[in-house]
Design a protein around this ligand. Structure first.
Ligand code: ATP
Ligand code: MG
Length: 423
């Protein structure tokens, strides 16, 4: 047996405590933001039937063709997939539990998604999203509200330089006409198409527009646009979304080439992008998916949603020189001697009763070595107790970021520390 150290799966990251503190801060901020728009949390399994994603995302997409972690359950042979995104699961759960019966729902989830992509900065095989779904809303007010929400979050996170790309994919009939024109056009340029595009030419030509292959960009740029095909209803909807955005002074660019990588979208689609993260510049993306609920087996209902990549947003905050989150500890309790140890245990609990965050030193050692640990803990205060102090009923309170130490009766500690922390 080899005793080589085992490593995490490629593209799947450990988030160590220093970084996890930033994640917690981010998640707290996001939760307050979602609360302020009336979105409610939902939690779905990480594993779903493979058929769900094939049906929702589309068979002829990068995700379903190349990126899913799918396998047969070794016990019963069921075809399962680690979720590559959350919308399909969220809609599945809402339908399974009748949440949509007469009641539109504003829902959000947060968690790991899995895609077998080439790992690089900002692109991982396990990554994390916050997803927001408004089920049962026909818009355009909800489309615009979701975009406004994003803009507010960027402000709350202190992020600048994120730009909004907006497009409409119209409705089914327009897309059919557009599809026929695309097939015709790309057939005439078949020599430029790569293997993926050639394969998708007749099954899903819209996907060709989403290709990142530099060699095809020129042909893609000149492809027939969807705008010419749009029906009046879809145009009116799109205009209304833009009007609300203007009213709220949200800047945007119309990107006729923005089609999104998943088949379920129609009408409004949007992406928030930055130029500061290299090639992985999309931090948030979404749009309307009026056909999905019916496609998954429910009664037809309109819906709109978006998802943001947590790793990319945190990377952007690092780029912007995000300040470290506040310390997570108030007191490090240092003690030496048998009686002092017993008393320290009691005092630690009393301090916690008073709402303080306390680490009670464990593992013995000299006062000097314990004080080093206290400094490293980043707590603003150390409380020091030796057997002499126990006799006198007093402890030493030592500020670790400068200031004079003081002697206090045990009973005075909680009040004094809380007072100092507030001051
Ligand atoms: P991209 O074009 O970058 O591959 P996508 O269109 O596949 O993105 P979506 O499915 O719309 O991405 O997911 C929403 C967001 O989740 C993205 O905008 C991005 O921030 C994040 N995301 C997607 N895939 C990854 C990944 N492999 N690693 C890290 N974040 C990701
Ligand atoms: Mg992708």
């Amino acid at each position: 047996m080899s005793n080589e150290t085992l490593q995490a799966v490629r593209g799947m990251n450990d988030i160590l405590p220093d970084e996890a503190e930033r994640w917690l801060w981010f998640e707290d901020t996001v939760r307050g933001w979602l609360d302020s728009y009336g979105y409610r949390n939902i939690r779905m399994p990480l594993l779903e039937p493979t058929a769900l994603f094939k049906r929702a995302i589309g068979e002829v997409t990068d995700i379903v063709e190349k990126e899913m972690y799918s396998f047969a359950d070794s016990l019963n042979g069921d075809q399962l997939t680690l979720r590559p995104e959350g919308t399909a699961s969220c809609v599945r759960a809402a339908l399974q539990h009748n949440l949509l019966y007469n009641a539109p729902q504003r829902l959000y989830y947060s968690g790991a998604m899995f895609r077998h992509e080439r790992p690089q900065k900002g692109r991982y095989r396990q990554f994390h999203q916050i997803g927001v779904e408004a089920l049962g809303f026909a818009g355009p007010d909800i489309d615009a509200e979701q975009i406004l929400m994003c803009a507010r979050l960027w402000r709350q996170l202190g992020l600048r330089d994120i730009t909004l790309q907006l497009n409409t994919l119209g409705d089914a009939a327009a897309r059919q006409r557009h599809r026929a024109k695309l097939i015709n056009y790309f057939e005439q340029h078949s020599s430029v198409l790569d293997a993926d595009a050639t394969r998708r030419l007749h099954s899903n030509p819209l996907r060709i527009l989403d290709s990142k292959n530099p060699a095809m960009q020129q042909v893609i740029a000149a492809a027939p646009g969807l705008m010419d095909e749009l029906e009046q209803d879809a145009l009116t909807h799109f205009d209304a979304v833009q009007q609300i955005l203007r009213r709220h002074e949200i800047a945007f660019e119309i990107s006729p080439r923005l089609v999104r990588g998943l088949d379920y979208y129609n009408r409004t689609v949007f992406e928030w992008t930055t130029t500061r993260l290299g090639a992985q510049g999309t931090v948030c993306a979404g749009g309307r998916y009026d056909g999905l609920i019916e496609q998954i087996g429910g009664q037809s209902a309109p819906a709109c949603g978006f998802a943001m990549g947590i790793e990319r947003l945190l990377a952007l905050m690092q780029e912007d020189g995000m300040a470290s989150p506040a310390a997570t500890l108030d007191v490090y309790l240092v003690h030496q001697g048998e009686q002092a140890g017993v008393m320290a245990g009691k005092i630690a609990e009393q301090l916690r009763d008073a709402g303080l965050r306390v680490v009670l030193h464990c593992g013995g050692g000299s006062f000097k070595s314990q004080m080093k640990k206290a400094d490293a803990s980043r707590a603003p205060y150390a409380v020091i107790i030796g057997d002499n102090e126990v006799q006198a009923g007093m402890a030493t309170l030592k500020p670790l970021h400068g200031g004079e130490q003081v002697q206090l009766a045990f009973g005075e500690l909680p009040g004094k520390i809380n007072q100092l922390l507030k001051g």
